[in-house]
Ligand binder design. Structure first.
Ligand code: R1P
Ligand code: URA
Length: 292
């Protein structure tokens, strides 16, 4: 029996595009670049030889075009894992559900997804300007816990080691952090020998969840010291951002290849930040366009 998706579950707009992204199935390329900032979409697409479609709705801006003959779709996700849930489910529906019959297609169409983002560095060897590929992500967001099969794709011993190290229980474990690997082949191809292969915490916020204290004190005042010192099987935590766990986790469950690479724009240990990063992230964009 083919799976059928009712109009309340997969919402399709009158023009045949998917609900939030406003993208039609024929506009989606197999190679997808995801960025947080809608303004970064135009920067990526400025390197395309041609553009075949351009559409914008809320924080989701999409352009499909070609770079050196490779057909690529670039989409902005806005900030946070909740938006990754929307973008990944809608991209997967565009690829793997027939919008006419509302049934799952018989053959999986596998997408290759690379997120290009910004992050906060946590180690002395991750100063501002470093490119960090998230080989593993620790999700503070809880998103993956709502999907069946979460335990089968997560690194459960790593999760336990992290929680023991932090000494967290009760509210600090709700939702429980999940640990998920990016696609290994994609990490090798994109990271090359000039990017750090790291462990990234995808936080459910920019301030408290990343240990930034403004006027409201943190529940665990030693959070970041402990995170910086954590080591498990040779892995150390390298950076904070806000989407890599949901992207890696949903891609694993859906059968796609995905990873995140971020440029460090603030180092939390050294206490430095670069607010002019929009001028330099193009170096990272070009590397990903070459390697995707
Ligand atoms: C926070 O400033 C945002 O920057 C990072 C975080 O993951 C979060 O989305 O990524 P982007 O630069 O891709 O948005
Ligand atoms: N993005 C984040 O999520 N955190 C930082 O510190 C910088 C960029």
């Amino acid at each position: 029996m083919k799976k059928y998706f009712a109009s309340s579950e997969l919402i399709i707009n009158e023009d045949g595009s998917v609900f939030h992204l406003h993208v039609k199935p024929e506009w989606l390329a197999d190679k997808v670049i995801l960025v947080g900032d809608p303004g970064r979409v135009a920067l990526v697409a400025s390197h395309f030889e041609n553009k075949e479609c351009e559409v914008e709705s809320r924080e989701f801006k999409t352009i499909t075009g070609t770079y050196k003959g490779k057909r690529i779709t670039v989409v902005s996700t806005g900030i946070g894992c909740d938006n990754i849930d929307i973008v990944m489910n809608e991209l997967d529906a565009l690829a793997n559900i027939d919008f006419q019959t509302r049934e799952e297609k018989p053959q999986l169409r596998q997408l290759e997804l690379v997120r290009i983002g910004t992050c906060g560095g946590l180690q002395p060897y991750t100063p501002v300007g470093t490119f960090i590929c998230s080989a593993k992500s620790i999700g503070f967001d809880g998103l993956l816990n709502f999907y069946a099969g979460r335990n089968a794709v997560c690194d459960l011993p790593f999760e336990r080691a992290f929680l023991n190290h932090m000494g967290w229980s009760g509210n600090m474990c709700a939702p429980a952090p999940y640990v998920i690997d990016a696609n290994a082949e994609l990490i090798d191809r994109i990271a090359g020998d000039d990017m750090v292969r790291g462990v990234t915490i995808a936080a459910g916020g920019f301030f408290g969840p990343q240990g930034r204290e403004l006027r409201v004190p943190l529940a665990d005042p030693h959070q970041n010291e402990k995170i910086e010192q954590f080591e498990y099987n040779g892995y150390k935590i390298t950076n904070f951002e806000m989407e890599s766990s949901a992207l890696a986790g949903l891609s694993r469950l859906m059968g796609h290849k995905a990873m995140t690479v971020c440029m460090v724009i603030a180092n939390r240990l050294i206490k430095e930040a670069n607010t002019g990063y929009k001028n330099t992230i193009d170096h990272l964009i070009l590397k990903v366009l070459e390697r995707i």
